[in-house]
Design a protein around this ligand. Structure first.
Ligand code: OAD
Length: 228
């Protein structure tokens, strides 16, 4: 078995981190164009910095849940056979013990210099006046991928998806590409694909298998079934 797992905001929902598109989701309270695009950052960098500072604070006070722990258990039980890709910018997979997490939309806990692209650990509260430790410019931004930017690690993701035998999407609405297109690629390459989500997503028909319910319940049960 070579298993690729793609997670989204739904896996962290029970840890108290809001999703984006559910009722009361982040995109019902904030304008995505203002806080999650390069144009929004150019227009009002303080607003964007404040938005991600608030999310970093939420993340710091959250704990991984049973779903994050189950995926860490799977990786430990099948060393070298599990690739964990997340769209989440939180660090709950890492704190649950997952060793190698591909964060395709970046990381709240990382800062990026828009000038020289150097990265460093983000302070709890980032400020626009923060200087890059490498080049000294004050062009700091959150190390997250905004709409209109290319997600990180796409080569490694493509390679994993091409060669996997099993693909699982967990807690993602399947509305944001390229992440939402990975299941079709995996299926086209012959993988068994499963959706684990609170409810059927818009792309649920692409999966041959489906399990619906809270991630803290369906993910540990799915991991148990794989390890049986
Ligand atoms: P969404 O908010 O679009 O979708 C969250 C999914 O999680 C929905 O399908 C919910 O039904 C499901 N869900 C909610 N609670 C759940 C629970 N307890 N257990 C299981 N599933 C649950 O979040 P994403 O699909 O992650 O990108 O969003 C994708 C990207 O859009 C994000 O990475 C972010 C966002 O805009 C950027 O900011 C670039």
């Amino acid at each position: 078995m070579r298993i690729v797992i793609l997670t989204g905001a739904g896996i962290s929902a029970e840890s108290g981190l809001g999703t984006f598109r559910d009722k009361d989701g982040l995109w019902t309270k904030y304008d995505l164009n203002e806080v999650a695009t390069p144009e929004g950052f150019a227009k009002n960098p303080q607003l964007v910095t404040d938005f991600y500072n608030a999310r970093r604070a939420n993340c710091a006070s959250a704990q991984p849940n049973a779903a994050h722990h189950a995926l860490a258990r799977l990786e430990a039980a099948l060393p070298g056979q599990v690739t964990l890709i997340t769209q989440n910018v939180d660090d709950l997979h890492q704190r649950a013990g997952s060793g190698h997490v591909i964060q395709m939309h970046g990381a709240l806990m990382s800062a990026l210099c828009a000038g020289c692209r150097h990265r460093w650990p983000a302070p709890p509260v980032m400020a626009l006046t923060d200087r890059c430790p490498a080049c000294g410019q004050a062009r700091t931004r959150p190390d997250v991928v905004w709409f209109g930017e290319i997600p990180y690690h796409m080569d490694a993701i493509a390679e994993a998806v091409e060669t996997c035998t099993h693909f699982a999407a967990i807690g993602t609405s399947g509305q944001v590409y390229p992440a939402a297109g990975l299941v079709a690629e995996a299926r086209g390459n012959g993988a068994q694909c499963i959706e684990l989500n609170l409810e059927p997503s818009e792309i649920s028909r692409v999966f041959q298998h489906r399990r619906y319910g809270p991630a803290s319940e369906v993910v540990p049960a799915w991991v148990d079934s794989l390890l049986d």
